[in-house]
Design a protein around this ligand. Sequence first.
Ligand code: GLN
Length: 555
Amino acid sequence: MTKFVFVTGGVVSSLGKGIASASLAAILESRGLKVTLIKLDPYLNVDPGTMSPFQHGEVYVTNDGAETDLDLGHYERFIETRMRRSNNFTTGQIYKSVLEKERRGDYLGKTVQVIPHVTNEIQEFIKRGAGFETDHAVDVAIVEIGGTVGDIESLPFLEAVRQLSLRMGPNNSAFVHLTYVPWIAAAGELKTKPTQHTVQKLREIGIQPDVLLCRADRYIPQDECDKISLFTNVQQWGVISMPDVDTIYKVPRVLHEQGLDGLICDKLRLNTQPANLKRWDDLVFEVEHPQGEVTIAMVGKYVDLSDSYKSVNEALRHAGMKNHVRVQIEHVDSETITEASVSQLARFDAILVPGGFGKRGIEGKIQTARFARENRIPYLGICLGMQVATIEFARHMAGLAEANSTEFEPHCSQPVIALITEWKDADGTIKTRDANSDLGGTMRLGAQSSNVAEGTLAHQIYGNVVTERHRHRYEANVHYLDKLRVSGLVISALTQREQLTEMVELPQTVHPWFVGVQFHPEFNSTPWNGHPLFNAFIKAALGHQSSGKNLKAVA
Ligand code: GLN
């Protein structure tokens, strides 16, 4: 039988609820339990796919092709269970489903209301996320409720989990509340009042937390913990500090040492083996004992919000640990890169152009790819980063001066990158797709595989088959591939049926490490082994550094 832990947040947002939930899940997994995580988002968008990365951070893509909240990335990086579409849902999805049922007449003429119809729907979605009555049912599902207690938006979610907990019966669910305990410098004191208030708010709704995770810039002294316990009706051992730490990999140990997992297992009557956090301790050791450092330029347009490229940042750090080096990432705004200014990139050990949408900053990215190619600086182009590298190569090496993507130049005469529906056959007719495929003109999403050509860098990295996740609409136009090949671009992976380019590279005789990938490898990186492509990229950055060819090494 699946048991639930509901995680709510109080006082302010951005306290690290995702990391706290993922850390608890990781500790429970280390006790031998099968665990999953579910994220409930209180906004009305059906999914974050259409939301700007400036507002919402990265859109994380699951194997089954769902566009989800970036917290699902934390989950996959912290635990073994893979996330599915059903692990994340929004108020928008709940209402969509309720309204569809209403239109179909499923409610038999009843007045459709937030309680019970919306709250029942939420409970059904939670059970689906936990794999109820399927072969992937888990022992514990940790349900993270987005937003802050007291928001109007999240009320139906809180009511739904209160009801679900009641229906599950005693000892089948636990409530964890993340709160904030500010240090007031002028008074020299930690203040517990906001915590008292947020718990009052929760109890008003009928939820009594079993655990308070108290975020603060330090450990909360015993006196203050006792006070919090007394005023919130939470047992003393349930008041747990979540102090600032310098690496997120320390969080599982910090929580375990204060007995969080023991307390949850006790409450849920789960009898397990003891927790084993060795793999986390090893990670912390790796982070704290780097043997060198590489500096990577990340040339993109969403440079102001570091969460926009969350998974890429993490994948680079994982690969750093694998190579025993600290990775410094410098975000460079592609709009600032021009022919005159591009040489500023010479000081980096390697260059990465991540995914993106829209025309802004594109010419700067094309300049970047050219600079990396001509100066033999290791280059990794991800999705849009592969497309700009292909356009650049077409323009300057294959004599296609007008090469572009129809995303940026809809009527360009040499559409080297285009929607499949825009690929033209030699006689000029628009190529139609086979009736079973639904790729062109819509987003290509989720995990797909293709063969990798022998004798390529891609083959050294992936072996015969590459399986990675996708999120894009445009593709390298098959009708230009021969021209690009003759001019020296290697197409190292191509899907069999549709002839979609998955990977391009330069021969190692002309460039030490230049790779473009149409997919998003960053979503498959974990801290345990890194990811083979990122591991190879960081290794190439180290090679470039030790060759002394970057200006930093010269200076
Ligand atoms: N905008 C490009 C496309 O839709 C690339 C997308 C991406 O980088 N994720 O194909």
